[in-house]
Design a protein around this ligand. Structure first.
Ligand SMILES: Cc1ncc(COP(=O)(O)O)c(C=O)c1O
Length: 499
């Protein structure tokens, strides 16, 4: 639709300036300030004059003047538009608008590099983005989902129920999540333990907001989820690094940190260590719980990557073994459905969850009722389970394909860390590969990685790269491996010596 909105322009009837001149000047001013972009359709002269309660000829006169001056163009049978020709737009005035907004000190501590990494790469033409681990939204059961969305919308609109809802989330989705986590993950959650959030990221933020006092210590693994780190630091926490290995976190080093600092919490993702994909062994989990109890440390367990398990058995989450109510369990439907739906959940004690709901109420009151109801319908009808089994099979095949491709094409340059969960693999590059140079050569073949130095605090480069494969089909995976091989091959010779 060319003119979806009513144009709002005011005129002064007491002025000495003729009304057609006022209209013309106002339109020029709004074009200059960017309110009317080139190509914007202006209202027809009849409609405009009716709205301003003036003679139609006055508007015609104003438009004619602007067409003659090149500000507007008149198109036969279509109407009058802001000219596409280069006009004198007052960019200075437009950009200066925000200059009096001073950020609070703490806001400026959050760099925006991550935010940019996140949505720029996939949009670029011909690029393969391996940085962001994501579900393949092409697999979404969109017909069943659209039916459920329609059903939710129709019933809510007909019964006049689309009002403000519960900040904890819709009851039916909380019930569906409760069933899922209790049965599949071995949790013992009840309805008051569950709050729905916009993705697990919101849950991480809210949990941290409620836990952290300025200068509190939070422990992260040496390589970790950079957005969680930025969230904690943005809320005033001091972050500490604990070493980790193929079994999980280094418990001795964890204990030393607890002895030497007043540690408030540790953030971990035991099913799929972010970014290496290593799963914590059951002994490591038990050891962590024991020490957390001894030093009164809260555990923020991020299970957002634990949805798909490709290993022989699914080790139970820390939350299912927690006897002292110190684990805050965070999950997401981003891998099972799609990140764009923004559905996550946080599970903890009813008191803590109530505080979370109070925070939700302050941010956005509650989530999108229609999306929540539709998702619950898919969950309770078994449709989501069917989708999950189908998607699991496809992701399993993609993972096998990727591993085969890596061993056939890239075994000279890197190997993959075994990971039982998740839609990404960590590639260990051999010692003498300079990751920064590799990223630059990868960019030349339109292959995007998440810059690995962001995974740690000291800006050290880990000798590896995270390869997200979930959103790529087998053909795209082969293409990505081929491009990565090209990137390795165009590295300067001295950087390619094998270890
Ligand atoms: C470890 C980890 N946790 C949480 C998130 C946030 O995911 P979402 O908010 O889509 O659930 C991400 C996103 O990639 C992640 O990698």
């Amino acid at each position: 639709m060319l003119r979806p909105w009513k144009l709002n322009i005011s005129i002064c009837r007491d002025s000495d300036v003729p009304i057609h001149t006022q209209i013309a000047e106002k339109i020029i001013e709004e074009i200059q300030y960017g309110r009317f972009a080139p190509g914007t359709a202006l209202p027809g002269t009849r409609e405009f004059s009716n709205r301003l309660n003036i003679n139609r000829k006055t508007v015609v006169q104003a438009y004619d003047t602007l067409v003659a001056q090149g500000w507007l163009t008149a198109e036969h049978k279509r109407g009058t538009f802001v000219s596409n020709r280069a006009l004198t737009i007052n960019h200075h005035a437009r950009h200066n608008k925000t200059s009096s907004i001073k950020l609070a000190g703490k806001a400026t501590t959050t760099p925006d590099t991550l935010t940019q990494c996140h949505y720029s790469a996939p949009a670029k033409n011909g690029w393969l983005d391996l940085g962001m681990e994501s579900a393949d939204s092409r697999l979404l059961p969109f017909e069943a989902f659209s039916r459920a969305m329609r059903h939710a919308l129709v019933t809510n609109v007909r019964h006049n129920k689309l009002h403000y809802g519960n900040p904890l989330g819709t009851k039916i989705l909380r019930e569906a999540v409760m069933q899922m986590v209790n049965i599949e993950q071995g949790l013992h959650a009840d309805l008051p333990h569950i709050c729905i959030t916009r993705g697990s990221q919101m849950a991480i933020y809210l949990a941290a907001k409620l836990l952290i006092n300025p200068d509190d210590h939070i422990i992260l693994e040496t390589l970790h989820n950079p957005i969680a780190r930025e969230t904690f630091q943005g809320l005033g926490a001091k972050t500490l690094s604990v070493k980790h290995h193929h079994e999980g976190i280094d418990l001795e080093s964890f204990e030393m940190l607890c002895i030497n600092h007043q540690v408030r919490a540790i953030y971990v993702s035991p099913q799929h260590q972010m970014p290496t994909g290593v799963a914590m062994s059951i002994e490591n989990r038990k050891g962590l719980l024991k020490l957390a109890e001894k030093y009164d440390v809260v555990i923020i367990e991020d299970d957002s990557h634990g949805t798909f398990c490709f290993g022989p058995q699914n080790t139970p989450p820390l939350a299912s073994m927690d006897k002292t109510g110190r684990v805050i369990y965070i999950g997401s439907l981003s891998r099972l459905l799609a990140p764009g739906l923004r559905l996550g959940y946080i599970i903890s004690t009813p008191e803590f969850v109530n505080h979370i709901a109070n925070q939700v109420a302050q941010i956005d009151r509650h989530g999108n009722i229609i999306t929540e109801l539709a998702t619950a319908e898919l969950m309770l009808s078994g449709e989501l389970k069917r989708h999950s089994s189908r998607a699991h099979k496809i992701y399993f095949e993609r993972r096998v394909h990727l591993l085969n491709q890596l061993s056939q094409q890239l075994s000279f340059h890197c190997n993959a860390t075994p990971a039982s969960h998740g839609l990404a693999l960590w590639l260990n590059t051999y010692q003498n590969v300079d990751i920064h140079t590799l990223l630059r050569t990868a960019e030349k073949v339109k292959l995007g990685f998440f810059p690995p130095h962001l995974y740690c605090e000291n800006r050290h480069h880990p000798n590896g790269l995270r390869f997200s494969f979930g959103h790529l089909n087998q053909e795209e995976i082969s293409d990505a491996v081929f491009r990565l091989k090209q990137a390795f091959h165009t590295l300067p010779v001295q950087r390619l010596l094998t270890a």
